[in-house]
Design a protein around this ligand. Structure first.
Ligand SMILES: [Zn+2]
Length: 407
């Protein structure tokens, strides 16, 4: 399996993090990259630098107003007398129905949900390359890879279309999903991060073409507080296309896997052509955030459950903070090496035809099983002789990803 990552993603090095009124070191540190790279290599993954894609895939999700803000706010902030070294807002609109301010301080409050995502001179570049890693992983799956991993840092799932928050600037999972959507494929996003994927939910909340499912610690008393509750089901045309599965604090493997079983049933009912996994590793029992109690073997069982969906999969790194097991948890969650993986061959034809076929198979209950290893780590951990799903083929080609449409 390929990992996509560019060294520019390490340049963003936020210093401050305001927690319960106290200034603390920001936990979203560049060192996370080294741990995650070693975890990916241990899983047999090869590391690839993403190509340049320009702003197009980012602008497909984020507003031009917000992209312009992120690109220039650091220089504008520094021109203010007495400004801090990092852009950190101190005022926010209590509702977003007022006017758009002209100045840097007002716009920072408008576009930044909290103080966890300070902006420095390097932030835009790092976020930009992080998004490109997600696009490259999506393109790899569109080209026939059964799975690909985007080592996205900074992470993305708390970023809305025009708001940064929770260490996130561009929503990499949403950008990957939209890239897959460009071929006509139906896409489900499964978010297994400790925190609710509020930005991803917000981006797709009124859309029926992307199913969003999130497992996370109960937000009643946990970040992001205002989103992630079970009664948030979507709106307008997207009503019924969002599923939140909040878990009591300190829930362990059994509770997480039970919720994942429910999530899997909803994903199967949507009959997607491809899956984006918003892969947070901060549900780990030893993560500094301490919200849930998933173990390292638990991540392998989560990977097995995801493998049973049998879908071409783009894994997008979200949270997971500095602790000794961070790399091991990625290894446990990762696909097997290409030599052991079932390979998806690109097919001619269009996503619509594949979708119809998928629905037929689902309706007839004739999901096919293969003796070959699936592309997730379930291959390493499943009992011998156990029947496994064959990953379904995604028909779109890289050419389709660049704009060609099926008819
Ligand atoms: Zn998280």
């Amino acid at each position: 399996m390929k990992t996509f990552y560019a060294d520019e993603q390490k340049r963003h090095a936020p210093k401050a993090f305001l927690s319960m009124g106290m200034q603390k070191p920001n936990p979203e540190q560049p060192e996370r990259v080294e741990r995650l790279l070693s975890g990916a290599r241990a899983a047999g993954s090869t590391i690839h630098r993403p190509p340049s894609f320009g702003l197009g895939p980012i602008a497909a999700i984020h507003t031009p107003e917000y992209i312009e803000f992120l690109a220039h706010i650091f220089e504008r902030w520094q021109r203010m007398e007495g400004a801090s070294a990092e852009v950190i807002p101190n005022i926010h609109p209590f509702a977003r129905n007022g006017s758009y301010p002209a100045g840097a301080a007002g716009q920072a409050g408008y576009h930044m949900a909290d103080t966890a995502c300070p902006i420095s001179a390097e932030t835009f570049d790092s976020a930009y390359w992080s998004a490109w890693s997600a696009v490259a992983a999506a393109d790899a799956v569109l080209s026939g890879e059964p799975a690909a991993y985007a080592l996205c840092r900074p992470p993305g799932h708390h970023a809305f279309a025009d708001v940064a928050g929770g260490f996130c600037f561009f929503n990499n999972s949403a950008i990957a999903a939209q890239r897959l959507r460009g071929t006509g494929a139906r896409v489900a996003i499964l978010d297994v991060d400790l925190h609710h994927g509020n930005g991803t939910q917000g981006i797709f909340y009124a859309r029926p073409d992307v199913l969003t499912v999130s497992l996370h610690a109960d937000p009643s008393r946990f970040y992001p507080f205002f989103w992630g509750h079970a009664d948030e089901r979507g709106e307008a045309g997207g009503l019924g296309y969002n599923l939140n599965l909040p878990l009591p604090r300190k829930s362990g493997d059994a509770e997480f896997l039970a919720a994942l079983d429910r999530a899997s049933r909803r994903i199967q009912a949507f009959a997607p052509d491809a899956l984006v996994v918003a892969l947070g590793l901060d549900a780990f029992e030893g993560d500094p955030f301490g919200g849930l109690s998933v173990t390292t073997p638990g991540f392998s069982r989560i990977a097995e459950a995801i493998a049973r969906l049998g879908l071409p999969t783009v894994m997008v790194q979200e949270g997971g903070y500095l602790c000794d097991a961070l790399g091991d948890n990625l290894t446990a969650s990762s696909p097997v090496s290409p030599a052991r993986a079932d390979r998806i061959r690109p097919q001619r034809g269009c996503a619509r035809r594949d979708r119809t076929e998928a629905r037929h198979r689902a309706a007839s209950g004739s999901w096919r099983f293969a003796s070959a290893s699936p592309h997730w780590s379930a291959a390493r951990t499943s009992a011998p002789g156990r029947r496994r799903h064959r990953p379904r083929h995604l028909p779109a080609s890289a050419k389709a990803a660049s704009g060609a449409r099926c008819r």
